[in-house]
Write a protein that binds this ligand. Structure first.
Ligand SMILES: CC(C)(COP(=O)(O)OP(=O)(O)OC[C@H]1O[C@@H](n2cnc3c(N)ncnc32)[C@H](O)[C@@H]1OP(=O)(O)O)[C@@H](O)C(=O)NCCC(=O)NCCS
Length: 157
């Protein structure tokens, strides 16, 4: 299957933003994001450089990873700041073709270019498929089980 990975920083005109909004409505597990989430959120424009889409050659969006830079709240932490992965989703029709792997890999590599060598994310504890994906493919570790039903996962710390 042929697809391209593109930085969200190159994907900012009105048509692109509409497509992103549509994709997030269709494929986010919980609620979708509006256009503003892809433009005016805190962390812009670095956030867009750390975030990527996967597109078929017909330019259909099939996957998306949204990442940003975050600061540790406690001074005792070893590395500061780190890459926070907000969302990673692939259209179910295109899963199992390394799209998710390549999207996240691209964000991690881009983060390292900005000296972000630690990565963190929160995932629902019921989402064992995603948890195993992060552990098996990227060596993430389960760092904390939260009362909200989310697990904090970390790597590179
Ligand atoms: C989790 C999710 C993003 C994975 O996306 P995907 O494109 O299907 O995953 P990939 O094809 O890249 O990876 C799947 C497999 O390929 C393997 N793989 C692919 N490329 C690889 C590479 N270059 N090196 C090593 N392993 C690789 C992985 O080991 C993985 O193994 P599996 O077959 O046991 O699952 C996708 O299932 C999804 O969108 N889920 C719903 C949303 C979600 O849960 N998001 C995470 C919440 S935070």
């Amino acid at each position: 299957m042929e697809y391209r990975i593109k930085s969200l920083s190159e994907f900012q005109n009105d048509r692109h933003l509409k497509e992103l909004e549509e994709f997030s409505k269709n494929y986010w597990i919980s609620s979708g994001w509006s256009k503003e989430h892809f433009t005016e959120q805190s962390g812009y424009p670095l956030k867009m450089k750390l975030s990527f889409i996967a597109q078929t050659i017909q330019e259909e969006i099939i996957g998306l990873v949204i990442c940003s830079e975050k600061q540790h709240e406690l001074l005792k932490c070893s590395m500061d700041p780190y890459l926070y992965i907000h969302k990673l989703v692939v259209n179910p029709d295109f899963r199992g073709h390394s799209v998710g792997y390549n999207l996240l890999d691209q964000s991690i590599k881009e983060g390292e270019r900005f000296d972000l060598y630690e990565q963190q994310l929160n995932v629902d504890e019921w989402n064992t498929h995603a948890i195993n994906f992060y552990i098996d493919c990227f060596n993430f570790e389960l760092a904390e089980q939260q009362s909200t039903g989310k697990c904090l996962m970390k790597r590179g710390y």
